[in-house]
Design a protein around this ligand. Structure first.
Ligand SMILES: [Cu+2]
Length: 182
């Protein structure tokens, strides 16, 4: 029996695959490699020049402590309620506390256009994703971290917060509300 009857990894297949790389192929490998370097360099470049980094301040916080902050915030500025979720209207410049948990965004917010707030985001249980609809604004919401973003609502309207990080069986029901008034 000759060795060619066996198709194991140690037997070289027939063909010319071991022939030296052709000129054209070498050129394309060089172009592809150069382009990889360009794309790689874009990451740090965009970090500094892209103007898209969040104005975040981040602290460690236990989920229990954060829930307490949210509750304090709700009690202080609550103006109403909608299907069991309090509607909260904080004064201009205030620290706004929003929590993501299975499966709701709590509370609903009423904000003023053109006014700066510090929007704090955290989760009580698992990782959630803050996605403001229809604006393309996305942030990770993590348990154990209080993520404070300095925000100025620049458009009046009725916005929804959609969870964009799969967080369990009720994930698709996790819709919150932000009202921005003139
Ligand atoms: Cu989710």
């Amino acid at each position: 029996m000759s060795t060619h009857e066996f198709h194991s990894a140690v037997v070289a297949p027939q063909g010319i695959w071991w022939a030296p790389t052709g000129r054209q192929e070498k050129t394309w490998i060089a172009i592809a490699f150069a382009w990889c370097l360009v794309l790689f360099a874009m990451m740090p470049f965009w970090h500094f020049k892209g103007g898209q980094n969040p104005s975040g301040i981040r602290y460690r916080v236990t989920p229990e402590a954060y829930e307490a902050r949210v509750e304090r915030f709700v009690n202080e500025y609550k103006i109403g309620e909608e299907s069991g979720i309090p509607i909260v209207e904080p004064p201009p410049g205030a620290d706004v506390y929003l929590v993501g948990r299975q499966w709701q965004w709590y509370p609903a917010l009423k904000l003023k256009k053109g006014v700066q707030y510090t929007l704090h985001l955290s989760a009580s249980d698992v990782n959630h994703g803050f996605s403001l609809y229809p604006v393309n604004l996305n942030f990770q919401v993590l348990p154990g971290y209080d993520y404070g973003l300095r925000v100025v609502p620049n458009r009046a309207g009725d916005f929804r917060i959609i969870c964009n990080e799969f967080c369990g069986i009720g994930h698709h029901l996790m819709v919150g509300k932000v009202l921005v008034v003139e």
